[in-house]
Design a protein around this ligand. Sequence first.
Ligand SMILES: [Zn+2]
Length: 307
Amino acid sequence: MTYLCYVDESGTPELPGTSSHFVLAGLAIPIERWSQADGEVTEILKRYELDQEELHTAWLLRSYSEQSKISGFERMDWAARRSAVQRYRAGEILRLRKAKNPKPHNQAKKNYAKTSGYTHLTIDDRRKLISEIADKVSKWDFAVLFFEAIDKLHFDENRTGRTVGDQAFEQVVSRFEQFLTRQGDPKIHGLLVHDNNETVAKKHTALMRRFHEEGTIWAKIHHINETPLFVDSKLTRMVQIADLCSYAIRRFVENSENTLLESILTRADTVDRVAVGARHYTSLNCTCLICNAHTPWGKKKNIRKAL
Ligand SMILES: [Zn+2]
């Protein structure tokens, strides 16, 4: 059996960077269930006329300012909404092009390009879409989630001897390897599939080579093959699902939004009801949903919700 582990990140690994947390998540699925998983996501996307679009959770869940400015937007059908937004945005681009400051023009062009496929859906439609997909993922009893969510305020590179990005990758690789080892099947294999980003690609390839030679601090690598395969997340649906997971985790640790997290946390690698695959690296006193799920039962400080 072979597991493909789709990996994506959310937030910036730099200190301090633009986010308080950095999240790296890997969603592993057995290769023979890929077709089912891909098909089920496509079926949902089709109902929203998005099956030809990239599923980019952060851009889908933004509010698009023009939707409140176009009168009767919510009552329009999808074709009418698309044309109304197109007309509105063309007008805005013309207006901003004339301004002295080029920044708003460039920003608008970027926002419009990132969201052009989603303009027929209201924010409520788009929230419903993402929660339908998260709900679907929560039912994939064949899928296994591994993640490391690092609170950068509690991270000391001098103490850990590694950067935020390196620690997150090492943890996800170790947890995936430990999961594969636990299956007790000498013929089991794992492959990492990543979004292609030149800097990360070089770094993770070098780290993975080192792990193959020396192991991580937690595990010798016997089941994960090769260095990570890098793909274009615009084209690879399952990397987009890993993106949804890392987004949900970061929104939870930074903004306490728990709806999406509760769905996907059900897929965290779990041993004896302890979510060993999911970790929030932060103050020892944290009693959040992830920290509680990761703590063995006898040691829980304040059980808010059991998995
Ligand atoms: Zn926590």
